[in-house]
Write a protein that binds this ligand. Sequence first.
Ligand code: PMP
Length: 285
Amino acid sequence: MSRITYVNGAFVPEEEAKVSIFDRAFLMADGVYEVTTVIGGKLIDFPGHMARLKRSLGELRMAVPADEAELLAIHRELVSRNALNEGLIYLQVSRGVADRDFLFPPEGTPPGLVLFTQALPVLHRESVRRGLKVASMPDLRWARRDIKTVQLLYPSLAKTEAKAKGADDAWLVDDQGFVTEGSSNNAYIVKDDKVRTRELSHSLLHGITRAAVMSFAAAEGISFEERPFTIAEAKDADEAFITSASAFVTPVVSVDGAPVGTGEPGPVTKRLREIYITESLKRAV
Ligand code: PMP
């Protein structure tokens, strides 16, 4: 079924959704994005995604294309026009259309805004029952990974290489041997009932799901230690998992071919997934 998408002010069928070849996101990866999950036609963690979008735009001195209320209305219109029950909404802002130049285009160049929906199962996935296998790869991305840019070539290459090695995803490792995050998710280990994940910095994306899981877990008495871990520590952990808007909390059961704990999804991971789903659905808009 053809989707209705949103392109620079208009709702259009996907076949008619077109952007210029001079769009800065196309030529220079000069764009930022957000992905918001939809469950039961409602948006999960929407204010968090919009806050991070604003931050990404600010860090790159990009114009804000629409305020949060307008963006919420566009998201809701897309849910409604596509009868989207479960899936994702992808939003991308570009610096706009300008002659190819390393200098940013003149002030006042209108930003580009594109959104589309993707229907897919989120709540019930085979990966959650089975758990993911991850393979370590050097983190060769640029140094501002806290900004959610469309510059996704390296994460895409790393995930493809991980697949070629028989894994489901890549865990990226910095020069000191510490895991930064997954190709498109934040990474965690559990050891002696303590959940550990790397502290926020420019080295990794500040996951909206990460923040939500941590705050819901704290209310349940589960505390997180924000400290980096190595691949050796992950192999020696009792459990491991990832978080992202589309994966929620998904178990990781092996690292570089070595089983984590029992090699099955663990109880802390399962509990965190339940807590996240219950609490985030309560707050969905
Ligand atoms: N890290 C990276 C590199 C990502 O691409 C993502 C997914 N956007 C995440 C972490 C998880 O972020 P969120 O929970 O906001 O989806």
